[in-house]
Design a protein around this ligand. Structure first.
Ligand code: HAM
Length: 415
């Protein structure tokens, strides 16, 4: 039997209701904040991601779905949206048409990670990218939007963590200090962290291994070695968050897994989803547009994992969606009249009434069971003696009341 690829999931009709509800919350919040939707292709030239996200990151190093197409171009299924949005922003000169752009997206992403609860190989993100302003207000706006959407999904157990990664110049100076600190402690680190000293030293802070945590406990922290501008911006972010009464924690070890960040970074963590607890992450990336060939354009954004959020919602029982009810079920009493019943259903559907009939030649009892299962508001018993006088019995399923009604009046009665 052919099965879905490991780490991918079918979203079946029974869960689509929750996805639609979620998508409605997302789009209504983005509308309130005046963001425009952008859609980009599922695959891009591989160099976009290797240059945009960074060669030394886990995503580029070991998680991308990369292949050569028939014309020998190396293409990659998008592992994230920021690089794609920036590519589209540059390609279509969006910055020239409008000096400030606020964009949002909902899209599948692909990363070949080890699948586990809340971690998939095809997963869905919603997110935002705002390009053209270096205001810390906008960083706070990102946190607000993400927080509003998560709250809109009814989630309560949320922690916002923020950090500043400074400018590349201050980061470079700090990395020298960190290397010095780790020089005589290398042997105490795990093999993976040892490897990271040369490739991506900040990510050692991400390690969950006890020995690594012990070593990093006393390491110098980047927050103590920031440039003045990053410090000022960070202070402003914190004070606006306080005024907006958004609870947050400063987490000096929040380094994020992508190379493009400058200054503010943030994550929102759930206490209710197990080990894959980061529901969303983002931050400022003031140099990426230039690095990918555009005009210097400060930018900030975030993305959130939809499957993880839905797991958190399920665990917190945070919202309920009702199955959309069918308006009317036409129970056909007489097999000879099935095409008349079908035509009658069609005439109601053409008037925007959701109508269902039986396609399986079921008994009247079985049709009634089906009508109940579908949460039907009305049942029309089509056929019998009543049909001769162009009428039928109409049953209101909530009250149980039944009445004889002319077929010409059904539409008006149930509308
Ligand atoms: P990221 O932290 O790599 O950031 O991903 C954002 C969110 O996507 C994570 O917090 C997580 O909820 C979800 N996610 C990531 N990988 C998986 C996976 N394998 N399975 C399920 N969910 C996953 C970015 O992607 C950046 N582009 C965010 C950003 C936008 N920064 C600035 N602008």
């Amino acid at each position: 039997m052919i099965k879905a690829i490991k780490g991918t999931k079918d979203i079946l009709p029974e869960s689509i209701r929750n996805w639609k509800y979620f998508e409605n919350v997302i789009t209504s919040v983005f509308n309130i904040y005046n963001y425009q939707e952008i859609r980009t292709p599922i695959f891009e030239e591989t160099t976009l991601f290797s240059r945009g996200i960074g060669e030394a990151t886990d995503i580029v190093g070991k998680e991308m779905y990369t292949f050569e197409d028939r014309s020998k171009t190396s293409v990659t299924l998008k592992p994230e949206m920021t690089a794609s949005v920036v590519r589209a922003f540059i390609e279509h000169s969006l910055g020239k048409k409008q000096s400030f752009n606020k964009l949002y997206y909902i899209s599948p992403m692909f990363r070949q990670e080890r699948p586990q609860a809340g971690r998939l190989r095809e997963f869905h993100q919603f997110g935002a990218e705002a390009l053209g302003s270096n205001s810390p207000l906008l960083d706070v706006e990102m946190i607000n939007i993400a927080y509003d959407i998560l709250k809109g999904m009814g989630l309560k157990d949320l922690t916002i963590k923020i950090n500043s990664l400074g400018t590349p110049v201050s980061r470079k100076k700090y990395i020298k200090l960190l290397k010095k600190y780790l020089k005589d402690k290398e042997n105490l680190l795990s093999a993976e962290s040892k490897n990271r000293i040369k490739k991506n030293i900040l990510r050692i802070f991400d390690s969950k291994l006890e020995n690594d945590i012990e070593v990093m406990k006393n390491a110098p922290i980047l927050l103590d070695h920031l440039d003045n501008e990053s410090i000022e911006d960070f202070e402003q972010v914190k004070s606006i968050l306080k005024v907006s009464q958004i609870p947050f924690e400063v987490d000096a070890s929040l380094v994020r897994g992508l190379d493009y960040y400058t200054k503010l970074t943030f994550e929102i963590i759930s206490g209710n989803v197990g080990s894959q607890s980061a529901l969303c992450g983002g931050g400022r990336y003031d140099l990426l547009v230039e690095q990918l060939g555009g005009e210097p354009t400060p930018a900030t954004g975030f993305a959130a994992g939809m499957e993880r959020i839905l797991i958190a919602c399920e665990n917190e029982k945070s919202f309920n969606t009702l199955q959309t009810a069918i308006k009317i079920y036409i129970v056909c009493l007489d097999t000879n009249l099935i095409s008349n019943a079908f035509n009658f259903a069609q005439s109601l559907r053409k008037n925007n009434i959701s109508a269902e009939i039986d396609y399986l030649n079921r008994s009247i009892k079985a049709q009634m069971r089906d009508a109940n299962k579908l949460n039907t508001e009305f049942v029309l018993f089509f056929g019998g003696e009543e049909f001769k006088s162009n009428s039928a019995q109409l049953k209101n399923m909530a009250s149980g009341k039944q009445e004889l009604i002319s077929l010409d009046n059904v539409l008006n009665k149930i509308k």
